[in-house]
Design a binder for this molecule. Structure first.
Ligand code: NAP
Length: 244
């Protein structure tokens, strides 16, 4: 059984969907969860669910577009715990699905800000704290769209390709340290983002986020010793990149 007692975990996008249930699974395993998102109601609902399990959480409502808030998060974690064991960089936005040339500049910029720049700022703010853990684990949520480059998904695809490049670069830089960094592709999951992308799809045909979250939480444990790789949740296996 997954035992994360005494571990401190940051989960972004914890107000709903995959992030909510991943935070819940980490707390169930004994981790103290630092739950981040903008929607206070969603975070409070998570807090109630975690308390009902006998677990504990710290709620940090903020917008990931606020880069100073990301820096402040690192400072606050250092003050209170002096280290961080787990980062689940899960928050993301889809943007619009349309031909590249039709995407509004503000939509493209928002996708890049939330999905890419904020992920880099999280790495920059939290890497020193994760390096203080004897078993640091960073899970960066990606998508098959990073590789598939499907027509009309330009901003989202480009953002996920960038996030995977950040994760791999980070992993290569710290490969001799205990900290492990992987990209995680959850596969199609029954969430608000998926419904936005595929409005005609029957959600019941997709896995519920709690099923996906159980697998993701397992990757934050001591048995996960891979780094710089891509994990496919649906297939429950690591995929090799062609370049080391
Ligand atoms: P979701 O249900 O739409 O949830 C997204 C989460 O991100 C929410 O908690 C949201 O919280 C947070 N978020 C969005 N913008 C934010 C901002 N500006 N500041 C702070 N938090 C923000 O999405 P999901 O389907 O669970 O997706 C989770 C991750 O999995 C994403 O990275 C997504 O790209 C990836 N993924 C999902 C699927 C799928 O089928 N669902 C497939 C492949 C990859 P607030 O709105 O409360 O801020």
């Amino acid at each position: 059984m997954l035992d994360l007692s005494g571990r401190i975990a940051v989960v972004t996008g914890a107000s709903r969907g995959i992030g909510y249930f991943t935070a819940l699974e980490l707390a169930r395993a004994g981790a103290h969860v630092i739950a981040c998102a903008r929607t206070v109601g969603g975070l409070e609902d998570l807090d109630d669910s975690i308390k009902a399990l006998g677990g504990s959480a710290t709620l940090v409502p903020f917008d990931l577009a606020d880069m100073n808030a990301i820096d402040a998060l690192g400072g606050a974690i250092f003050e209170r715990w002096g280290k961080l064991d787990i980062l689940v960089a899960n928050a993301g936005v889809l943007g619009t699905i349309s031909p590249i040339g039709h995407v509004e500049a503000k939509v493209f910029e928002k996708v890049m800000t939330v999905n890419v720049t904020a992920t880099w700022r999280l790495i920059r703010s939290l890497d020193p704290l994760l390096q203080k853990s004897d078993q640091g684990r960073a899970l960066i949520l990606t998508s098959s769209l990073a590789h598939r480059c499907k027509p009309f998904w330009g901003p989202y695809s480009a953002s996920k390709a960038a996030v995977e490049a950040l994760a791999r670069t980070w992993a290569n830089e710290i490969e001799r340290l205990p900290l492990k960094v992987i990209s995680v592709d959850p596969g199609g999951t029954r969430t608000a983002m998926r419904a936005q992308a595929y409005p005609g799809e029957d959600p019941e045909t997709l896995p519920h986020p709690h099923e996906v979250a159980r697998v993701i939480a397992g990757l934050a444990g001591p048995d996960m010793n891979e780094t710089g790789k891509l994990y496919l949740v649906r297939e429950q296996r690591f995929a090799e990149y062609t370049q080391p």
